[in-house]
Design a protein around this ligand. Structure first.
Ligand code: MSP
Length: 538
């Protein structure tokens, strides 16, 4: 399959050799309900997927849950239910969150599904037959909490084990190992030749830094007596597959049977904590050893924290995304996540900051433009967008606004391609602000009271300009706040064409004659509070 990833189909027309774009998120552990960190990753991936679809690419978007392992087994036991039942319940919660966030995934994979287990077994068998997997005795310190063997270098300076490992015991056991170390030189070469494999670039450097130390072979099994809740090894039923080998394979197992082929992935979107070693070391080597093509790359985003501490279920320091959606609406949350976080860096989440951003950008700016546009067109043009009469003078406010639009639309694709969504939004909102400033300048409410023909013509021009500017801003906001944009477009009497994104961005008279809605309040202003309960109910 010719895989033309990275090509930008700016024209929006679908060429015959249409690039396939396959994007994935990490699959979440089901040992607790989703929090805002999980929600962020899904929204970020969704925004990338929506941008590509809007530009004419054929996109496949996968997300899902990671269901095997010690923690799930333990959590299920603690609740007195079978692991599968436990997984079914939590997986349903993760799945239910996606439509609430307006995430447009094409597929949702669970690692307990037959399609996944079969591919994991095929892959293990293939690697075993090739001599890439061997059995060996292993003696070492084992952390049950982290489900991993530890090394001397993991100890605290005083010889104790760091808190995060929980109880550590010395054990000896036979296990199966994957020949990771044999591929170390290859991986270093690969990363050196493919400088942009990991986004952002500084993270790729961290991977190479990690690879300066010799790699150990990877233990890929757990004896059944210690861990039952896993996929049995196809060549030795006394063992189950270790979680990472199982989990990483989801990206491939979800599409292994698809015709026409979807693999290789374009981007794996993950958090920085699971870049090294799982995604940047284990996964490329697993694929290479199995003669499966590698993904185009990995996007490693940062963490959301609260007052400086990482958001995590285990510490109770987290924001529950459903509650936020209940209080503020899906798009308010999506907007904030994309506007506030610089992809690749960390960000602190505070409700005060959320409310300030919401009021400034959505309520007072975009919402205000929408209200004014509908209101003025209803008051002065019988609710129908007028066609502007006569030519606008070159230096007139209309020409200035239009020039700003041309700059804005020209700058946005590069921001999108570089995953700089915060910058794309900043520019878009600057354009919305400029439109509001333009309206202040023209003061259509005054022009409407005048019976002078020149004022009437100017009024018509102003109404047409504000409606057009709002339509255009909405096009750029579509991947970020799709639900609200659909409502804005409906209120403007505008039906966007299916594919021709670039043409949609042309300033013109597409709205002339459109009947607009009487009113639409999308983002009611909120009184600053510190509790989501006091926010307006959507
Ligand atoms: N199950 C593994 C991933 C396997 S992928 C083959 C896992 N699960 S997780 O539930 O712990 O995390 C899922 C994703 O959410 C990861 O990419 C992780 O980085 C991300 N986040 C978890 N907490 C986060 C924040 N506080 N902020 C942003 N994202 C974070 O790891």
């Amino acid at each position: 399959m010719p895989h033309l990833v990275g090509d930008v189909n700016v024209g929006g027309h679908r060429p015959h050799t249409m690039p396939d774009f396959y994007i994935t998120t990490a699959i979440d552990y089901v040992n607790g309900p989703p929090h805002l960190g999980h929600a962020y990753e899904k929204v970020l991936t969704d925004v990338i997927a929506r941008v590509r679809r809007m530009r004419g690419d054929r996109v496949y978007f996968l997300t899902g849950v990671d269901e095997h392992g010690q923690k799930v087994q333990q959590s299920a036991r603690a609740r007195g239910v079978a692991p599968q039942q436990f997984c079914d319940e939590i997986a349903a919660e993760f799945r239910a969150l996606l439509p609430r966030l307006d995430v447009s995934n094409d597929d949702f994979i669970r690692t307990t599904e037959a399609r996944h287990k079969r591919v994991v077994c095929d892959l293990l068998q293939r690697l075993y037959d090739k001599g890439e997997i061997y059995k060996a005795e292993y003696r070492g310190y084992y952390s049950t909490r982290q489900e991993q063997f530890l090394q001397e270098k993991d100890r605290n300076p005083d010889g104790t084990w760091p808190e995060l490992f929980g109880e550590v015991t010395e054990i000896t056991e036979s296990n199966y190992f994957f020949k990771l170390s044999a591929y170390q030189d290859w991986l270093v070469r690969f990363l050196t030749e493919n400088e942009a494999f990991v986004f952002p670039k500084f993270r790729q450097k961290q991977v190479l830094e990690f690879l300066k130390e010799p790699l150990n072979d990877l233990c890929i099994s757990r004896p059944k007596e210690r861990l039952e809740w896993g996929i049995p090894l196809p060549f030795d039923a006394d063992f189950v597959t270790y979680v990472w080998f199982d989990a990483l394979t989801n990206y491939y197992s979800a599409v292994a049977d698809k015709e026409p082929a979807i693999w290789p992935a374009t981007w794996h979107v993950i958090g920085k904590d699971i870049l090294v070693p799982p995604h940047a070391v284990y996964w490329p080597i697993m694929l290479k050893a199995a003669d499966i093509p590698l993904p185009r790359g990995i996007i490693a985003h940062g963490w959301w924290s609260i007052r400086g501490d990482k958001m995590a279920k285990s510490t109770g320091n987290f924001v529950e995304p459903n509650a936020f959606v209940d209080s503020y609406g899906t798009d308010a949350l999506r907007y904030f996540l994309m506007r506030e976080m610089v992809v690749g860096q960390d960000s602190d989440f505070s409700e005060t900051q959320f409310q300030a951003r919401y009021n400034a950008d959505l309520a007072n700016n975009l919402g205000n433009l929408l209200n004014r546009t509908l209101n003025m067109i209803n008051r002065f043009a019988d609710g129908v967008v007028p066609a502007p009469e006569g030519a606008a003078e070159a230096a007139a406010p209309e020409a200035e606004l239009r020039a700003l639009w041309e700059e804005t639309r020209a700058a946005i694709p590069a921001h999108w391609d570089g995953f700089q969504f915060h910058l794309a939004l900043e520019r878009t909102i600057t354009f919305v602000s400029a439109t509001n400033a333009y309206i202040e300048k023209r003061a259509p409410w005054k022009l409407g009271k005048s019976s002078e023909p020149a004022d009437r013509a100017l009024l018509v021009r102003t109404l047409a300009t504000m409606a057009e500017a709002l339509r255009l801003a909405a096009v750029l906001l579509r991947p970020i706040i799709p639900g609200s944009v659909a409502k804005i477009e409906a209120a403007l009497g505008y039906t966007p064409p299916e594919t021709d994104w670039a043409a949609e961005c042309e300033w013109g008279t597409r709205l002339s004659g459109a009947k607009v809605a009487e009113s639409l309040v999308l983002f009611p202003r909120i009184q600053a509070t510190t509790s989501a309960e006091a926010a307006p109910k959507k």
